[in-house]
Design a protein around this ligand. Structure first.
Ligand code: HXC
Ligand code: NAP
Length: 245
């Protein structure tokens, strides 16, 4: 069997796809022929990303929605479905993070991250299901090492992302019968991103983090896009319920 990493004619949706890692994922799929839709809260970020995707020669669209608002996510995904039909690849990566100890944050601060990362993922999963190619769709949830590594000041993110990975594993079982695969990709520390700026501000902190990575370097958004592309391609056809660090 020869396998093509060509996504021509496929519909890819990246929720939280308007900056950082997720935007890198969206651009990679666009460069490989997919039509790509992105979503996030801020309309100006959506518009800017759509222009960049079109600059790669891709058909592109987007919608503004907060993943905490199930109805808004449903409305946006239904627009994409009306325009392009069934979704082949769904990447769900909207997230929020700030460093704060449990004693140093309010219950509402903890709740905000759980609402965005965990409930947001649930909303994206529930809203997308009627629009996913059935059989054949591939879902990738973007997790974080905090899901299995406790870190100082990251209890909220750990709790939320551990939940994201369990949604992945649970839906791999529940949706497997319909031929829909669900996996998580767990980025390591990725250069030039908002997440790194918040957790490792300044060159010394960045150097320390890089030294803690077995490969001795930070990753790039493209590195993470390649992992998503592997899962979404025929190479990943028998991979479901995996959490790929
Ligand atoms: C303590 C904080 C805080 C901080 C906010 N809060 N920042 N508490 N320390 N640094 C509290 C607020 O006081 C408030 O609680 C509650 O959190 C909600 O804050 P809002 O600003 O009202 O929320 P909202 O506007 O919804 O913004 C959500 C957000 C924000 C998560 C707080 O930072 C955001 O929108 N982030 C999106 C971008 C982002 O974080 N990107 C990085 C993703 S990286 P009170 O009690 O006052 O109401 C990632 C993993 C990275 O996810 C891993 C890297 C290795
Ligand atoms: P980022 O640039 O801040 O990306 C977050 C994206 O989500 C943006 O498009 C943002 O756009 C959107 N978003 C945030 N809150 C939202 C909400 N409530 N509803 C809808 N969209 C929302 O962050 P990043 O550092 O690249 O991280 C991207 C993903 O990788 C996250 O899932 C993160 O947990 C994960 N991760 C990152 C790292 C890292 O090194 N950076 C490491 C491990 C895991 P708007 O502001 O327009 O909403």
């Amino acid at each position: 069997m020869s396998i093509e990493l060509d996504f021509t004619g496929r519909t890819v949706v990246v929720v939280g796809g308007t900056s950082g890692i997720n935007r890198g994922i969206a651009e990679l799929f666009a460069r490989h022929g997919a039509r790509v839709a992105v979503a996030s809260r801020k309309q100006e970020k959506v518009a800017d990303t759509v222009r960049a995707l079109e600059g790669h020669g891709a058909a592109a669209m987007g919608f503004a929605a907060d993943v905490r608002d199930l109805a808004a996510v449903e409305a946006g995904l239904s627009e994409v479905h009306a325009a392009w039909g069934d979704i082949d690849v769904l990447v769900s990566g909207a997230a929020g993070n700030f460093p704060a100890s449990v004693n140093g944050m309010s219950a509402n601060a903890f709740r905000s991250v759980v609402e965005i990362d965990l409930m947001g993922t649930l909303h994206v999963m529930k809203a997308s299901f009627p629009f996913l190619r059935n059989p054949g769709a591939c879902v990738v949830n973007i997790s974080a090492p905090q899901a299995f590594l406790p870190m100082y000041g990251q209890a909220h993110v750990s709790a939320a992302k551990a939940g994201v990975d369990m949604i992945t594993r649970s839906l791999a079982i529940e949706w497997g019968g319909q031929g829909i695969r669900v996996n998580s990709v767990v980025p390591g520390p990725i250069e030039g991103t908002e997440g790194m700026a918040r957790l490792a501000p300044g060159p010394d902190a960045i150097a320390k983090v890089a030294a803690s990575v077995p490969l001795g370097r930070l990753g790039s958004p493209e590195d993470i896009g390649h992992a998503c592309m592997f899962l979404a391609s025929d190479l990943g056809a028998y991979v479901s319920g995996a959490v790929l660090p």
